[in-house]
Design a protein around this ligand. Sequence first.
Ligand code: DX5
Ligand code: ZN
Length: 219
Amino acid sequence: MEKKNKTLVAASLLAADFSQLGKDIGRVEQAGADWLHYDVMDGTFVPNISFGKVVLDSIKGIITKPVDVHLMIDDPARYIKDFAVKGVGSVTVHHESAPDIRPALKAIRAAGCLAGVSVKPKTPVSVVEPYIDLVDMILIMTVEPGFGGQSFMTDMLDKIAAARALADSTGRNIHIEVDGGINDKTAALVKAHGADVLVSGSYLFKAKDPAAAVSLLKA
Ligand code: DX5
Ligand code: ZN
């Protein structure tokens, strides 16, 4: 019998109130979030600019959960050394962000983090096949990357299932993460299609009872 991973919830800090970031981090950690998802955007790979190494360095001292870095930047190999650091459990780069993403994936693993690769909605998951041996996590974008608060793209469900099939074909324990529009309703759908790491921004940070929200995502 195949062993199924338990569902992990990664709270996306993009949805936090940055005037009280430390407080918001404590709130989602206490609520039971397993990872803190950290979206780095450069204004080129995606049409938005978020935050980078400076903010990560300043929260490192207060976080108790692994940071899950999501690099939405061009040529990410240049910046792995800034983000694959103590306190960071995983770093994900985009397949579309460099002609060859392998050096970035190798650098992430060499720094002791899980190496993730993400595909935008229009990119098929089959592009990952040639270098799946370098991958510990596949991140399926369920919105166009760049902004929080968008609606879940239901037509990504088949891609989640394809990613799960590819992951399982290796015989290794590869995470399937989903990012964008995850709430209590869409969580059930993505889990049924094989996702085991659920990124949640607006749903979790806007919740009146974040612990209940985390439980609903995992239920
Ligand atoms: C979007 C980011 C997401 C975003 C998700 O490009 O990668 O992590 O914060 O936000 P919600 O959960 O609000 O869709
Ligand atoms: Zn993200």
